[in-house]
Design a protein around this ligand. Structure first.
Ligand SMILES: *[C@@H]1O[C@H](CO)[C@@H](O)[C@H](O)[C@H]1NC(C)=O
Ligand SMILES: *[C@@H]1O[C@H](CO)[C@@H](O)[C@H](O)[C@H]1NC(C)=O
Ligand SMILES: *[C@@H]1O[C@H](CO)[C@@H](O)[C@H](O)[C@H]1NC(C)=O
Length: 424
């Protein structure tokens, strides 16, 4: 928080732009003047959406990914939410201290806070069992597990922590190098940590040098320097420490209120030099993914397990987060409503969910990352965000209530891990 406050006094602009939902997690400042409606980058490459909603791993990866054939025997992303009023809230509850305040929908009295977990994801052709926390602790003793990414990965990390905490006995709170938070379950020597990084790549504010330069010659005065080939310091050491890493990135690449294409554009650098001509964010995104994958494959032990989680969908209806958009539904969406909200051809407010995934699938093809596809199952759950109870001036239709659907993400995560372990 101290750093955040310092930043906001250094850069008054910060307090204007901080109202983007992710950023508000930090509760930086309460100034409410919000600039015009969010411009959108003009360089999206639209491709048919079937790739995204289909298999866990599209066909194209099968040549180089040794795990593809068996993990695609069940497509966990194809299914529906079944209402099950008898589900008991026994994995963990709202008393778990690690739950970020704005996500604790039961304590915050969201009207459907207790109903969110009464829906069970049923893949069409198989079963996704709730994972057993005690068995997990036994199976993954002497293991380090890192979540690397933005606040949506923290949301998933917290869900895993709360489930394990409940059954684990002694826990030591500490932080592996660079991590934002971390815990070791002492009886099992199992460590889980969250490494916060918005873009995966290192970035910082940039302003024109009075001696001039290539960007200055093009008229750039201010922006953010993004080094596409340098991992952010918060997770740079994570591949050397963890046995299992789960990555995400996405929301910040589509956050024009922070990275305003005119006032504070992303300026990409590679090998320490600005990329000229400047590239738009979606091209920078591809470069960062490419370098991240290469870096992780080079620095992790060959036996380590690397996963990339697909994009978490937002559910703003009636406008974006800064235009009075809200998410007041009390039940999951129908398949038709999901397509209305998310299809690429409709190009609606929340379209970035599937756009981000197109980039991820393209970049991960041929790598030995496993893809954890949580997007489509989550697209249905317009009812599962903190909404007006998130403690912000605007609705939070991006993060998820806890307990909630990141519990299901962890079921998928554990199912996936177990299937790898059995095969090895
Ligand atoms: C994917 O693989 C299946 C089985 O190998 C094949 O039948 C199908 O045509 C492939 N689809 C694409 C898009 O290549
Ligand atoms: C705990 O687990 C780590 C691997 O994550 C291992 O290096 C270390 O030796 C283990 N400690 C004990 C006491 O078994
Ligand atoms: C999608 O909608 C935004 C406005 O919300 C617009 O700026 C953009 O050009 C549209 N993209 C496509 C591919 O139609």
């Amino acid at each position: 928080m101290a750093t955040a406050n310092m930043l906001s006094s250094l850069f008054p602009l910060f307090s204007l732009v901080c109202f983007i939902s992710i950023f508000c997690l930090l509760s930086l400042s309460k100034k409410a003047s919000i600039s015009s409606s969010s411009p959108t980058y003009p360089h999206f490459h639209l491709v048919k959406p079937t790739m995204v909603t289909g298999n866990i791993e599209p066909n194209a990866t099968s040549g180089s990914n040794p795990y593809t054939s068996s993990s695609s025997s069940c497509d966990y992303s194809d299914g529906s939410w079944i209402h099950d009023p008898d589900v008991r809230l026994d994995r963990y509850d709202s008393s778990c201290k690690e739950i970020f305040k704005g996500w604790n929908c039961i304590l915050n009295k969201k009207s459907n806070g207790r109903d969110i977990v009464k829906w069970r994801w049923k893949p069409r052709n198989c079963h996704l069992p709730p994972f057993d926390p005690l068995k997990f602790l036994h199976t993954y003793r002497d293991t380090n597990i890192g979540f690397v990414g933005d606040s949506l990965n923290r949301n998933m990390f917290v869900s895993l922590f709360c489930a394990l905490r409940r059954v684990a006995g002694d826990v030591k709170k500490w932080r592996p190098s660079g991590a934002d938070r971390g815990f070791t379950f002492l009886h099992y020597n199992l460590t889980i940590a969250y490494h916060r990084t918005n873009l995966l790549a290192r970035y910082g504010s940039w302003s024109a040098n009075s001696n001039g330069g290539k960007l200055e010659d093009l008229g750039y005065k201010e922006g953010y320097r993004v080094d596409v080939d340098i991992p952010e310091g918060t997770w740079e050491k994570a591949p050397g420490f963890h046995d299992i890493l789960i990555f995400n990135t996405g929301h910040w690449w589509w956050a024009p209120s922070k990275f305003d294409p005119i006032k504070s554009p992303m300026l990409f650098f590679e090998r320490g030099l600005p990329l000229i001509p400047p590239i738009p964010p979606d091209v920078g995104f591809d470069k960062v993914l490419k370098h991240t994958i290469r870096f992780v494959e080079k620095t992790m032990r060959p036996s380590a397990i690397k996963l990339f989680r697909t994009q978490s969908p937002r559910h703003f209806e009636g406008g974006d987060w800064d235009q009075g958009g809200s998410c007041q539904r009390l039940q999951p969406l129908s398949p038709k409503e999901v397509e209305e909200l998310f299809s690429l051809t409709k190009n609606g407010t929340n379209v970035e969910a599937r756009l981000v995934n197109l980039h991820l699938y393209k970049s991960l093809k041929g790598s030995n990352f496993h893809i954890l596809d949580i997007t489509h199952m989550s697209e249905f759950r317009a009812d599962a965000h903190p909404s007006t109870t998130g403690g912000k001036k605007h609705d939070d239709c991006m993060h998820w209530c806890l307990p909630g659907i990141t519990d299901t993400w962890n079921d998928l995560f554990v199912t996936h891990l177990n299937s790898l372990k059995i095969r090895n």
